[in-house]
Design a protein around this ligand. Structure first.
Ligand SMILES: Nc1ncnc2c1ncn2[C@@H]1O[C@H](COP(=O)(O)OP(=O)(O)OP(=O)(O)O)[C@@H](O)[C@H]1O
Ligand SMILES: [Mg+2]
Length: 262
């Protein structure tokens, strides 16, 4: 792709970049344009939040940036590597070595206990976890006394924390988290947010987080607002109040949501 090549980021540039990122699902009358030519740079060592109405394309954007889904058009880079066009095996390795993903649905393996779920990606990769780091992750997320439990024996919030620990276990340089606090009570949610914040501030990791919660978004450095598959606004150094106000304008503009809601 010659036009895309011109926009390849420098090695010390953004952690991820998309140009003209377009994703269509289905064909003909039922086709859905989930992403409509999105250009975005995800700054390295920063905490970026992604917000927008349900169905606006937030999960799709994360999946495409993380190389978990194919794109219909455009180009995506992780660091200096263009991943659109990579062979499956190369992509799998790159993902495994550099990315942690917390899915909107937790994707835990039901037959494995919490501890086994947390280290599964590393076990598959044949990598030894850094035990000190792993202990810190497990204690921060309050999972110490649940490690032997299988997902079905855990509450929704505990399952989410296991998924969070799994994403962090290998200390990936880039963490994508899809509504990581969606099923947590406020205390556990704050802990997860604090943990992601620390991962950025103290460990230089890059975090991209989808959330519907203005309070959660306020922990980020930059909020990207999505609507109908496009990035329609950005807000640096967000506060919960400012994000809430922005979201309200959205709802009114779209005419689709009740501003009294939430
Ligand atoms: N596998 C799929 N097949 C068909 N359409 C899909 C598929 N996945 C997503 N879509 C559609 O793409 C659009 C964007 O979906 P996406 O999951 O990215 O939204 P979202 O912003 O994450 O929403 P939510 O806040 O509800 O999680 C939606 O209209 C959705 O119906
Ligand atoms: Mg989603």
């Amino acid at each position: 792709m010659s036009t895309a090549a011109a926009e390849a980021p420098a090695a010390d540039g953004p952690a991820a970049r998309a140009r003209g990122l377009t994703k269509a699902y289905g064909a003909g009358e039922t086709a859905v344009l989930a992403l409509d030519s999105v250009d975005v740079d995800i700054a390295r060592g920063r905490f970026t939040a992604v917000m927008g109405p349900s169905g606006s394309g937030k999960s799709t954007l994360m999946h495409c940036l993380a190389g978990l889904d194919t794109v219909s058009a455009g180009a995506v880079w992780l660091g200096g590597t263009e991943i659109t066009g990579l062979k499956d095996r190369e992509l799998t390795r790159l993902r495994r070595d550099r990315i942690g993903f917390m899915f909107q649905s937790f994707n835990l393996i039901p037959t494995l206990n919490a501890a086994e779920n947390i280290t599964l990606p590393m076990d598959i990769a044949g990598k030894k976890p850094d035990e000190k780091w792993l202990d810190q992750v497990i204690d921060t997320l309050g999972l110490r006394d649940r490690l032997k439990h299988r997902p079905a024996q855990l509450s929704g919030g505990q399952q989410q924390r296991v998924a969070c620990a799994r994403a962090l276990a290998s200390r990936p340089e880039l963490i994508f988290a899809d509504e990581p606090t969606g099923n947590l009570d406020s205390r556990a949610g704050l802990e997860v947010l604090g943990f992601l914040r620390d991962a950025v501030d103290q460990l230089g990791q890059t975090v991209v987080m989808v959330t519907h919660d203005p309070g959660a978004a306020a922990h980020s450095d930059l909020v990207l607002f999505l609507a109908d598959g496009r990035i329609v606004d950005r807000m640096a150094d967000p506060t919960a109040d400012a994000v809430l106000e922005r979201m309200k304008r959205f709802d009114v503009g779209r005419g689709s949501a009740d501003p009294e809601e939430g």
